[in-house]
Design a protein around this ligand. Structure first.
Ligand code: VGL
Ligand code: ZN
Length: 193
């Protein structure tokens, strides 16, 4: 993987609820990608790339959660253990928190209001522009939700976007969702490394 000053490593949702086996929405193998992610963080810093960390950051009640009419068990509630970045992750860079006002959506770039559907920016695109970034390397959790949405938005926003296969794992509500997500990304112009 080549990193330079015009590249950003986007570390997606490496939080306890996804990456720790005790997490409420544990992604199988999530803990095993921490080392791979850390190697990429080191390489990115060496190459003077920008490193950013996204965090799923939900209020205690949101239409995202099954108990409120959505899909998911309660996870990544702002300020809780589950929302913290994994303790073994090398954290050195800005954090982008998404969903704090109850917005829905999986992408690190955009959020949508669950009632009105209006989309708003997380600030990630602006931050990357400020740093002169035109290439993204994306890894983290989960392949079939937040990694996919972030990588697809990356391509649509004009970034040359690569997803690191060994640095991602899928939730797989349905078997095969992970591979399907990789294919969808590839067809949309995401490079798979
Ligand atoms: C995610 C499901 C629900 C993710 C977030 O980070 O991929 N998945 N919320
Ligand atoms: Zn979530």
């Amino acid at each position: 993987m080549h990193f330079d000053a015009h590249t950003a490593l986007v570390v997606v949702d490496m939080q306890n609820d996804f990456a720790d086996p005790k997490g409420s929405l544990y992604v199988r193998g999530g803990d095993s990608v921490v080392d791979v992610v850390n190697e990429h963080i080191e390489a990115a810093h060496q190459g003077e790339a920008t490193v950013v960390y996204t965090q799923d950051w939900h209020p205690p009640s949101t239409p995202h959660f099954a108990k409120d009419g959505g899909t998911w068990p309660v996870h990544c509630v702002a300020g809780t253990w589950g929302a913290e970045l994994h303790p073994r992750l090398f954290v050195d860079g800005e954090r982008i928190r998404k969903g704090s006002a109850g917005e829905d959506g999986y992408s690190g770039f955009t959020m949508s209001d669950p009632e009105t559907g209006a989309t708003s920016s997380t600030g990630l695109d602006g931050l990357l522009h400020q740093h002169g970034v035109d290439k993204l390397v994306v890894l983290g959790l989960a392949t079939d939700y937040c990694v996919k949405a972030t990588a697809l938005d990356g391509v649509h926003l004009g970034y040359a976007t690569t997803v690191v296969r060994e640095g991602v794992r899928p939730v797989e509500l349905e078997p095969g969702d992970g591979e399907h997500a990789l294919r969808e990304m590839s067809e949309a112009g995401v490079s798979l490394a």
